[in-house]
Design a protein around this ligand. Structure first.
Ligand code: C5P
Length: 234
C-alpha cells in the first residue's frame, strides 16, 4: 500500500499534537488519533487534521450493540476519517452493522477490526472465558472480521504472516509495535522492524515514538521509507 506509515499522535492535548503535525507532510504519512487525544480534544481536531490533507485513522475501537456502533461509525465517517476500527468481540451482527453503515458512503472509510488486545495473555483470555491461545483467537476473530465485510484487522507484526496466509492478499493488516533498528524500544517488548513487518505481510505500520520522539520527525520518516524501499526492491 502507498504511504504505509501511520504516525500515532499519542499526546494529551491539541497544542502538543499540532506542534508535531506542523512538521509532518500529508504526502508522506497518515495519522492515528486514539482515545486519549480524542477524549481531550473532541472531533474538532480530527476535522482540522482532515482539512490539512491528512488521512486520519480514528482509533476508538467501537464495541457496543450493533445499532450504536453503526451510528458511531457514521459519525466518524462524517468527520472525514480515512480509517476507523471496531472490536471483533462485538460479534458478527455488530461487525456487519458497522460495515453496512459505511457501505453507502461516497468515500467509504476503511473499517478495521481489533481481534485480541496484545496486552492479554493466556490467563486473561481464560478469565474472560476465551479458550485457546491468543493466536487461535486472533485467527478466528480475523476470519470473522473478513466474513462480515471488514477491510482488515490490527495485529502484531508477528501474526501478520499467518493472517496473510489465512485471509489472502486484499485483507489489510495494520501493525503497531514497530521499531526501526536505530530507535529506542520504549515499553514495547515484542517489536518488529518496519522492513520485517512489511516482509511478513503488513500493509500499514502504526509508529509512534520513533517518529514523534525523533529530533527531526521528517528525517525519521525518510529513514523508515528508505528501509521500506529496500524491501520493495528486493
Ligand atoms: O510509540 P509507539 O510506536 O510504541 O506507539 C504505538 C501505538 O500503537 C500507540 O498508539 C499504541 O497505543 C498503539 N498500539 C500498540 N500495541 C498494540 C495496539 C496498539 O502499541 N497492540
Amino acid at each position: 500500500m502507498d504511504k504505509p506509515i501511520i504516525v500515532a499522535l499519542d499526546y494529551p492535548g491539541r497544542a502538543e499534537a499540532e506542534a508535531l503535525v506542523d512538521r509532518l507532510d500529508p504526502n508522506r504519512c497518515r495519522l492515528k488519533v486514539g482515545k486519549e487525544l480524542f477524549t481531550r480534544t473532541g472531533p474538532a481536531l480530527v476535522e482540522a487534521l482532515v482539512e490539512r490533507g491528512f488521512d486520519v485513522f480514528l482509533d476508538l475501537k467501537f464495541h457496543d450493540i450493533p445499532n450504536t456502533v453503526a451510528r458511531a461509525c457514521e459519525a466518524a465517517a462524517d468527520l472525514g476519517v480515512w480509517m476507523m476500527n471496531v472490536h471483533c468481540l462485538g460479534g458478527p451482527r455488530m461487525l456487519a452493522a458497522a460495515g453496512e453503515a459505511l457501505a453507502a458512503r461516497e468515500h467509504r472509510p476503511l473499517l478495521i477490526g481489533v481481534t485480541v488486545l496484545t496486552s492479554m495473555g493466556d490467563e486473561e483470555l481464560a478469565a474472560v472465558g476465551l479458550s485457546g491461545s491468543p493466536e487461535q483467537n486472533v485467527r478466528r476473530l480475523a476470519a470473522l472480521a473478513r466474513e462480515n465485510g471488514l477491510d482488515g484487522v490490527v495485529c502484531s507484526a508477528r501474526e501478520a504472516a499467518v493472517l496473510r496466509a489465512d485471509l489472502g492478499g486484499q485483507f489489510k493488516l495494520v501493525t503497531p509495535g514497530i521499531r526501526p533498528a536505530w530507535a529506542a524500544k520504549g515499553d514495547q517488548t515484542r517489536i518488529t522492524t518496519p522492513a520485517d513487518a512489511v516482509r511478513d505481510g503488513a500493509d500499514l505500520l502504526v509508529i509512534g515514538r520513533p517518529i514523534t520522539g525523533a529530533p527531526d520527525p521528517l528525517e525519521a520518516i525518510a529513514r523508515i521509507e528508505q528501509e521500506l524501499a529496500g524491501v520493495a526492491a528486493a
